[in-house]
Write a protein that binds this ligand. Structure first.
Ligand code: FES
Length: 262
């Protein structure tokens, strides 16, 4: 590429980063850094460049750089997203400016790093692991293509926290299980290999379960994987109404699964 073409492909961007060091700052403030960006520069690239060349104290989380690990979720111009797969240019305003904040409604540890303890605590409350029946054989445990397809909505969640921190109910009450945990609960309730859908649905019917959701849809808007926690919550609400028959049908289904696998 010639020098002129190279210049034409780069553009200066003003990157506003919310800074906060609890040891020295009374409240968060913005600091602006000017960097050259190309069409390929991601927001994470910009943060890395700023940290490497301008200000080593800028603090943020990241790991995989491929939208898989979920560690780089932040708030860009007021909207939660991953920063490793988002080009800076797609988010520049008329002044060539982009604003980066930490995920909202969570305690700030430093700069763009938040404390996700409540996120993980709620997640563990729904027992997000499979609870199989006794006597599972070592042979293949077959489920139908339709049953697998029903789980697709929840399976690709990367636990980035974007939906959790965008949820207005979470903002008001950290006891609410939250869209991430409810999506995971949906995955286990619908999984024909799980032996406790009845108990799970009973828990989700509690004070801080699915009926706490106000159906605001922020979780859908925030999810970088285009998942739909609201729809999952809606499905769980319907299943709660027929919890007993749903659990009985699961028992029958599992007996069939187990006999097929023997
Ligand atoms: S760094 Fe892993 S999802 Fe962005």
């Amino acid at each position: 590429m010639t020098g002129n073409r190279m210049e034409a492909s780069t553009q200066s961007a003003a990157v506003r980063i919310q800074r906060f060091d609890p040891d020295v700052d009374k409240k968060p403030y913005f600091r602006t850094y000017h960097i050259p960006v190309t069409a390929d520069t991601t927001i994470l690239d910009a943060l890395d460049a700023i940290k490497q060349h301008q200000d080593g104290s800028v603090t943020f989380r990241r790991s995989c750089r491929h939208a898989i690990c979920g560690s780089c979720a932040m708030n860009i111009n007021g909207r939660n997203t991953l920063v490793c797969n988002q080009p800076v240019r797609a988010h520049l305003d008329k002044k060539n400016q982009i604003s980066i904040r930490p995920l909202p409604y969570l305690p700030i540890i430093k700069d763009l790093v938040v404390d996700r303890s409540s996120f993980w605590e709620q997640y563990l409350k729904v027992k997000p692991w499979l609870l199989p029946p006794d006597g599972v054989p070592e042979k293949e445990y077959r489920v139908s293509p339709d049953e697998v397809a029903a789980l697709q909505n929840a399976e690709t969640c990367i636990m980035c926290g974007a939906c959790y921190s965008a949820c207005q109910v979470v903002a008001l009450n950290k006891n609410y299980l939250g869209p991430h945990a409810l999506l995971k609960a949906f995955l286990r309730v619908l999984d024909p290999r799980d032996s406790q859908p009845g108990q799970r649905l009973q828990q989700l019917d509690g004070d801080y379960g699915v009926f706490r959701c106000h159906t605001i849809f922020n979780c859908i808007d925030a999810c970088p994987k285009q998942l739909n926690p609201t729809e999952a919550i809606e499905t769980l609400r319907k299943l709660i109404q027929k919890r007993v028959t749903f659990a009985a049908a699961r028992e029958v289904r599992q007996e069939k699964l187990l006999s097929e696998s023997r």
